[in-house]
Design a protein around this ligand. Structure first.
Ligand SMILES: Nc1ncnc2c1ncn2[C@@H]1O[C@H](COP(=O)(O)OP(=O)(O)OP(=O)(O)O)[C@@H](O)[C@H]1O
Length: 714
């Protein structure tokens, strides 16, 4: 079920609360990933803060000596590895790409030379009186040829570069996604891990921006820093060769000052985040200049989602949330508008700078004219001289913004590297893993002194839970709201870990099973099951991925869950696309509405969705490898007829169809105590522990809490 987005904790600047475990280790051993993780974490510490607090994810690290040291450490530990991995995707093309970048960075200087030669030759032709159109044509032809070759080189380089960068992008995104799906809930719920993953996401996203965007931060493209340095060096060399052995130094200073002045102003003026690309926009969350703006943007998006997303509509209407949404949205929006206003002001000042720069470039002519009058310098060398100085200034400006981005990029790269090396917390060490072994009858479960406290909670959700379920038995877990039933179910399913005690499955400590392997042997319906916005076929078939494409298997699972009638009534049967939040098939009233049934998107009632979820569990339940069926309130929204059908199916599926012998253990959580009678054993939960355990009849005879709850329910 959708969760109200406003309930999520603020993602940034949190101080570790006293009593909470210190920042986690990204790795079990102090290897390079651990070193990188610690350096990344240290770079996020807010300097001179009274309590330990951290910069929000994506925030620009200040240029401090400590951060340079941390950046160096990260580069030392992971840049080579990452560079080599990315380079080895296309070794030849990547090398060509870097070489081309280098060559292209030197071209402007040669271009200047060639133009200077052209002008000089033209000048001497005119002065000497040997001017012919043929000669001019020849020179122009050479110039055009040079440009064509340069253009060809550029287009070849661009094609090659896009090929290399696309592979790099794919590789990074693939790694990122595979790590996401590998991590388990306990790992993902750690705030440090969440923020590490957010910065790692920024690194992966940096490869999306085409042109001179965040992509510059990639280790391959960071090579551009070198290209820019080479470009500056080549221009400086040209300038040196012009001024060498002559006394133009004072003219050089005179003319370079006007060129450098706008740059100086831009550098000293208000910093535009990420150089020339850094305008805080809603789609550029990393470019906010402070945490308040980042939070406002996030809040604004969530409020917008709350207003637009139909799944929240009932609560929004029922609780009259409209004015509150509007009020809160306005407050967040105003913060962002303030930020945009500031950026506009910066832009205006940049524009003003442009005018200033034009003025200064005009002033630059003056010393050059003086130089022409007083020295023997040629027209070509004057042109070259002037263009070189401007190029140096331009390239230096680029270099500064690239360095700034690359500096930030180092920390994002560190986040990526550390994130890719996080180990899922539930995954045992290689040497501890025991392969799951089936025993006849289904899973045998021994729970001894089990306790669990949710992170950040003071009260344990489970305390000293003890019970044994023999292979093939059926257990009903009952109890009041909040007594710990779902928590126990999630621990038994190895979705959540436990703090103390022991949990043995088939006489083996559950912590020694690889979770993925263990999950192959269980199936479940969660209390808050997912409603996928896709076809019925996939909604059900995903319960057993190898059969997701098989209509026969899906139809059979639907029959078992008494959901076949529901699906048959849908306009496109199995291929009907379901929408988890369609309350009104045509909210805008018109026949062309995006939600009209003609588009194929269909809503279902709560009970119908539950049948789909139960069918999903049945997809897998019939597989011989599955030993445990766990249902958390599978029939809470079903009518009595459907409920009986589902429980009969559970009983049938857990037996051998021929011999009738039990082949699977079953655990179900229920508030409908009439269904608890179907189980061999009943566990009555109160305050996080099992207060009574036995058969339905035994517990009734006991006249305790279960008997009281049963009497109240029937
Ligand atoms: N993610 C969580 N973080 C912190 N506390 C939690 C979390 N989930 C559940 N709890 C707390 O743990 C306790 C047990 O919750 P649980 O969901 O297991 O109860 P339940 O018996 O399944 O309740 P219900 O019958 O309402 O489904 C409750 O006090 C609940 O507030």
């Amino acid at each position: 079920d959708p969760v109200c987005p406003m309930s999520s904790p603020p993602p940034s600047e949190h101080a570790p609360k006293p009593g909470i475990a210190p920042p986690p280790k990204a790795h079990s051993s102090p290897d390079s990933a651990e070193v990188v993780f610690q350096a990344w974490l240290a770079s996020r510490a807010v300097p001179r803060a009274k309590t330990a607090s951290y910069l929000f994810p994506g925030a620009q690290r200040p240029f401090s000596a400590e951060n340079f040291r941390l950046a160096y450490r990260i580069i030392q530990e992971c840049a080579y590895d990452l560079f080599f991995t990315l380079w080895s995707l296309h070794p030849i093309r990547a090398t060509i790409m870097m070489a081309m970048n280098m060559i292209r960075s030197l071209l402007p200087a040669f271009r200047g030379y060639s133009q200077a030669m052209l002008i000089d030759e033209l000048q001497s032709l005119v002065v000497s009186g040997h001017f012919t159109w043929y000669r001019i044509g020849q020179m122009l032809f050479v110039e055009v040829l040079r440009r064509v070759i340069e253009g060809l080189l550029d287009s070849l380089a661009a094609t090659n570069e896009s090929l290399v960068l696309n592979s790099v992008r794919f590789h990074i995104e693939h790694q990122q996604l595979s790590q996401r799906v590998r991590l388990d809930l306990p790992t993902l719920s750690d705030p440090f891990v969440r923020e590490l993953l957010q910065e790692s996401d920024l690194f992966a996203r940096s490869f999306h921006v085409t042109g001179n965007g965040f992509g510059l931060l990639s280790p391959l493209e960071a090579f551009r820093v070198l290209s820019l340095i080479a470009e500056i060096a080549s221009h400086l060399w040209v300038i040196y060769s012009l001024t060498h052995c002559t006394t133009h130094v004072c003219v050089l200073i005179f003319s370079s000052f006007p060129a450098a002045f706008p740059l100086l102003m831009a550098w000293l003026g208000p910093a535009v985040s990420f150089g020339s690309h850094g305008h805080a926009t809603e789609s550029d969350p990393w470019s906010f200049s402070n945490q308040e703006e980042a939070q406002a943007s996030e809040r604004q998006e969530k409020l917008r989602n709350l207003a637009y997303n139909d799944s929240f509509r009932p609560e929004v209407e029922l609780f009259g949330l409209g004015p509150w949404i509007l009020h809160s949205w306005s407050a967040a929006r105003k913060v962002l508008l303030g930020a945009e206003q500031r950026n506009l002001a910066t832009e205006y000042s940049v524009l003003a700078n442009l005018h200033v720069s034009e003025l200064f470039s005009a002033l630059q002519h003056i010393p050059l004219i003086i130089m022409l009058q007083t020295s023997s310098a040629s027209l070509g060398s004057v042109t070259l001289y002037r263009s070189s100085i401007q190029s140096v200034v331009f390239a230096t400006r680029n270099l500064l913004s690239v360095v700034r981005m690359a500096f930030q990029g180092v920390f994002l790269m560190g986040a990526f590297y550390a994130a890719m090396n996080i180990k899922p917390r539930l995954q045992p060490k290689k040497e501890d893993i025991i392969a799951y072994k089936q025993i006849p009858g289904g899973a045998k479960i021994d729970v001894r002194g089990l306790s669990y406290t949710y992170p950040g909670s003071n009260e344990p959700a489970l305390r000293d839970v003890n019970f044994t379920l023999q292979a093939g038995e059926t257990l009903a877990i009952v109890g009041h709201n909040g007594s710990g039933k779902s928590t126990l179910a999630n621990i038994l399913l190895r979705i959540v870990d436990f703090s103390d005690g022991q949990l043995l499955v088939n006489d083996v400590d559950i912590r020694r099973y690889a979770p993925a392997e263990y999950h192959d042997h269980v199936t479940a319906v969660f209390q808050g099951f997912s409603k996928f916005s896709t076809t019925v076929q996939e909604n059900v078939g995903l319960g057993y991925v190898p059969h997701v494409q098989s209509p026969e298997a899906v139809n059979h699972a639907l029959e078992l869950a008494d959901a076949d009638g529901v699906v048959n009534a849908l306009p496109k049967g199995l291929q009907t696309k379901l929408e988890s939040s369609v309350y009104d098939p045509a909210p805008f009233g018109g026949p062309n509405s995006a939600f009209s049934p003609s588009t194929g998107h269909h809503g279902l009632s709560g009970g119908e969705w539950q049948r789909v979820a139960v069918a999903r569990a049945f997809m897998r339940a019939r597989q011989p490898g599955v030993d445990l069926l766990l249902f958390d309130e599978p029939t809470s929204s079903l009518d009595a007829h459907a409920q009986n059908h589902v429980f009969n199916t559970i009983a049938n599926v857990s037996k051998d169809p021929v011999s009738g012998a039990r082949t699977k253990s079953v655990i179900f959580i229920t508030h409908r105590l009439s269904t608890a009678r179907r189980a061999d054993k009943v566990a009555m939960m109160e305050n996080g522990t099992i207060s009574e355990f036995g058969s339905h009849e035994e517990l009734l005879r006991k006249q305790g809490s279960y008997a009281a709850l049963y009497d109240a329910s029937v």
